[in-house]
Design a protein around this ligand. Structure first.
Ligand code: THU
Length: 139
């Protein structure tokens, strides 16, 4: 994925973060997923008073992509994640979301997030590098 495409996808994630429901953490997150056809699917974090029921932006976006007909593993080619609050470290997907990405995205699909080493720059990582030893039912 080119830097321009990554920047575009992050912009979409930023826009959709406005739809976050995060009254408990006050940490709005947006995610944008791209399918093989170039279509975008969005997600934002949805929290709950029973905190553990919170769903991250990445998983909401991936479920939306699935519901729009991208059920084949090859279909989802990129995901970008954006957080509204400036942090002094990279905004990277959590472990649970990584497990879901491994299941639903192409192994070479690009995951875009902000880079900690060079603030303001984007980091692009292939899904297959995100979760070594991901859980699998078959060997
Ligand atoms: N969150 C995400 O939506 N994506 C991430 O990658 C990490 C965390 C959300 C969950 C919760 O609503 C808030 O950020 C603070 O943890």
């Amino acid at each position: 994925m080119s830097t321009e495409q990554a920047e575009l996808l992050i912009k979409e994630a930023e826009t959709v973060a406005r739809q976050s429901y995060a009254p408990y953490s006050n940490f709005p997150v947006g995610a944008a997923v791209m399918s093989k056809s170039g279509r975008l699917h969005m997600g934002a974090n949805i929290e709950n008073a029973s905190y553990g029921l919170t769903v991250c932006a990445e998983r909401v976006a991936l479920m939306n992509a699935m519901m729009a007909g991208n059920a084949a593993k090859q279909d989802i080619t990129a995901l970008a994640v954006w957080a509204a609050k400036p942090t002094n470290h990279a905004v990277t997907p959590c472990g649970a979301c990584r497990q879901v990405m491994v299941e639903l995205m192409h192994p070479n699909a690009a995951v875009v997030h902000f880079c900690s080493e060079k603030p303001g720059e984007l980091k692009i990582v292939p899904v297959k590098d995100l979760l070594p030893g991901a859980f699998s039912l078959s060997s």
